[in-house]
Design a protein around this ligand. Sequence first.
Ligand code: 13P
Length: 298
Amino acid sequence: MLITLRDVCSIAEQNNMAVAAVNSASLEAIRAAIEVAEETGYPIIIQHAEGHEDLIPLKYVAPIVTSLAERSSAQICFNLDHCEHVAYAHRALDEGFTGVMFDGSYLPYEQNVEYSQSVSQMCHEYGAGLECELGSMGSREGGESDEGGTADEAGAIYTDPDQAAEFLKATGADILACSFGTVHGLYKGEPHLNFDILTEIRKRVKNVPLVMHGGSGVSDDDYRKAINAGIRKVNYYTYGVKYAGEAACKMVDEKRAAKADSVIYWHDFTPVAYKSFRETFEHIVRVFANGSDPLHVN
Ligand code: 13P
């Protein structure tokens, strides 16, 4: 079933857990996400990033995800990830998205508030949830970039806890993406997360669910600490596609080692990628559950 961003985060809040938010850039990832949610009994968020329009356009991905989610026994939210254009958010809501992440973090504060307010009104009209971002992780999402080393190297600006409270009040956002040491893309070294900032933000925003972007590549231990400090949604993309890419390369190497002139067909890749996504998503969904019981609804 398709549920809203607000509802999925409130389930996470009630259970002191986080929901995995994985990107829908391929059918293998979409299938793996839905099946993992159905089999583990935990909800999942499937996200389409505006920046992935070239990989899979909105008009194709939206009917695929909405119809599969509606038919599924799992609780699935379909969220727009890193939307930078109000018109694109409108198109996504028209196509049945149940949440929007409007990213005005690169704008001056006042403009971030202004645009977030207009998307908030739009989400309200469609009954969808809204995620906004304050502070900056420096690097953008996408998966190709390796500019994100430590947060400092990536030019991050941590979220200001006082401003976070003011921002949520002004925009009416349901959940808040904050910058506290994670970065998008590949980590060059160990990520250093600032849990004090997270705890301070959570105190000032009176338990509004918080979101970890740049969530792949973080240790299981740090996931647990972040969840216990109020993270309710973890965005996970780069390392999932990296592992699937590595599995595909290994498959090619093995075929060529067995027979040097082996023909590699496109359909050789899809089951390998699907299996890799299944394993990765199942692992993170169980870690993010943070010890809570499965939440089967059927
Ligand atoms: P990663 O690049 O760490 O997977 O983060 C993805 C993300 O935050 C998408 O919004």
